[in-house]
Each structure stands twice: as C-alpha cells, then as structure tokens.
Design a protein around this ligand. Structure first.
Ligand code: ADP
Ligand code: ZN
Length: 301
C-alpha cells in the first residue's frame, strides 16, 4: 500500500490543500479562501477528512505558511504564525490546531522554504545543497538551503527586508514597507511598483523605465546573497517575475556589480543558468508542503 501525504500551502489570500504520494503525484487538490483561522481551517479539515475516506489514512501532514513563523522546536510558540499584519492570524497556533485534528506529525516551514524544498525535489535546484529561492509578488520573500538544510537560524530569513542602496537620484519614491520604507520589499514589490508609477506592473510597457530600476534593486539583493551564502543557484519567481524581460536585465547587473570578483564559471559566464525562474511554477507551494510532510515523517521514524 502506498503512503499518502497531505500538504497545505497557507497563503494570505488562499490555502491550497493537496494529497500526494511520495513521488509527489497529486491525487486531490482544493483551494480554500483565507478568512478567520477557525473558518478556513475547519474547511481544510473537512477536505482532508473527506479524502481520507477514499484513499485511507495520511502518513503525514506538511504546512508551508506565510509568516513570520516560530520554527524553533524548543520554543513555547513553535508552530505559531507570529507577528503577521493579518490581525486574525497573529499568534495563531496553526501546527497545534492541525496536530489536534489529525493526530499526525506536522512538518512546518515558511512558504518560501517549502517552495525551495520542492524545487530541489523535482525542479530547478535538483541535486544542489546550497541555493536561494526568492519570490517577488505582493511582498518579497526568500528562503533556501545551506549545505542541505533549509535555512532557519534565529528565526528564518527575511530576505525581502534587506536594505539595499536606494537610487534617490533616479528614484525619489520613498518606498512602501510599513517597517522600513525603502527596504527591498518597500522599493521592488508589486505594490511598490504600482505606487511609484501609478500603474500596475502587469500593465507597464516592455520599455518602461520601471524594469531597469526593478532589475537594479533585485540585483543588489542577489549580489549581497551571493557574497554571504555563496549559493550554487538562485531561483526567482512570483507575480512580478512573470515579466521574463527582467531576467536578462538582472543577469547583466549582477555581473556588473560583482565585477569579476567571484571566480566561478557559473557567475562569470553561465548567468542564464545561475539566476533562473522556478521550474514548478505555482505548483511549488503545495508540493513544498507535501515535501515537508514526507520529511517530518522520515524524521519521526
Ligand atoms: P502573492 O505575492 O500575493 O502570493 P503573486 O506572486 O502573484 O502573489 O504576486 C502578486 C503581485 O505581482 C501583484 O503586485 C501584481 O501586481 C504582480 N503581478 C502579477 N502578474 C504580473 C505580471 N504579469 N507582470 C508583472 N507583475 C505582475
Ligand atoms: Zn521592510
């Protein structure tokens, strides 16, 4: 009998729930809008309970969630969504809730670490042990792996809030981050583009100056990451990056800012395959949650 795992991609606008086998083949899937925690999660529980009737018991559950999260297994608040601006979810014990309902080990990590794990399982980071995954959308999030472990540390990375040089001369826009103003997310998220140019990024022409500026800011961030983490690859996805013209602009700037200093061929002359879009697209989220479920199950036995 094959093992079936449950995965939940917990996002700010929707929860994506899926069942899959240990090959990542999805058996059933459902989207549930994000409302109050109890409302949303009771629908999640109902979905899995119905599916279990048909396919049999789950071998594990995984949650890849919007954050910030408490990921420290020794903390009293392990498994909580912590300081989120979504007030109803602030300090909500999502892992506890699900563990109570299903009596299963629950794998838990950030949405971006989950997506990174999925990309390593069957996407753009196969076979790598040190890489970064970034998403540029409503916010900017980042995670990844170092030496084969998902990055946790003190809390978890907050790559979106990295401080980068603000090009005041070309860009007098102050930025939209409620905490920092002109951090990366404040300058380069989808809402920052919309605020600055008074038009949505999806509506801007290919030759609009927005794209050069966007590539500049993202490239600063990537150069900082290259210099600290030394990733073997960087994957960038999210709604804004569906503008594929950004990739060559980013490649050019990253090479320019590094100025030949990092002596590896992937950076010196294979930039196209070094900074890449995700292979799994919007499947990465829920497959990441499934991968977290499988990992939690392995670690338990
Ligand atoms: P979220 O970050 O909310 O999970 P997305 O990754 O889809 O969702 O990001 C949404 C953001 O991406 C919005 O700010 C939107 O304006 C922007 N966006 C969506 N589609 C495009 C597109 N084709 N080109 C540029 N920006 C886009
Ligand atoms: Zn910020």
């Amino acid at each position: 009998l094959e093992s079936i795992f449950g995965g939940i991609e917990a996002g700010g606008t929707k929860f994506v729930c899926a069942l899959a086998n240990n090959m990542g083949e999805i058996i059933a899937k459902k989207m549930i809008p994000t409302r109050l925690p109890e409302e949303t999660l009771s629908e999640v529980v109902m979905f899995f309970n119905q599916e279990v009737e048909e396919v049999g018991d789950l071998s594990g559950l995984g949650v890849a969630s919007f954050g910030p999260l408490d990921l420290n297994p020794k903390s009293n608040a392990y498994g909580f969504i912590t300081n989120t601006p979504k007030k109803d979810w602030k300090n909500f014990n999502i892992v506890g809730y699900l563990r109570n309902e299903f009596c299963l080990n629950v794998g838990f990590d950030t949405d971006v670490n989950g997506a990174a794990l999925a990309e390593r399982w069957m996407g753009a980071a196969e076979g790598l042990d040190t890489f970064i995954y970034i998403t540029v959308g409503t916010g900017i999030g980042g995670g990844g792996m170092v030496n084969g472990d998902l990055i946790h540390g003190l809390i978890h990375p907050e790559i979106g809030h990295m401080r980068i040089p603000h090009d005041w001369k070309n860009d007098p826009f102050e930025g939209v981050c409620p905490y920092h103003g002109d951090c990366l997310e404040g300058l380069a998220s989808g809402p920052a583009i919309t605020e600055r140019w008074k038009r949505k990024p999806e509506e801007l022409e290919k030759d609009h100056p927005a794209w050069d500026l966007e590539a500049q800011y993202i490239a600063y961030c990537l150069v900082n990451l290259i210099c600290t983490v030394s990733p073997q690859k960087i994957i960038i996805g999210g709604g804004v990056m569906s503008q594929k013209l950004l990739f060559p602009l980013i490649h050019e700037r990253v090479a320019g800012y590094l100025n030949g200093y990092i002596q590896d061929s992937s950076v010196l002359n294979q930039m196209d395959s070094y900074i890449v879009p995700p292979k799994l697209g919007d499947r990465a989220g829920v497959l990441g949650a499934i991968a977290l479920a499988i990992m939690a199950n392995l670690n338990q036995t």
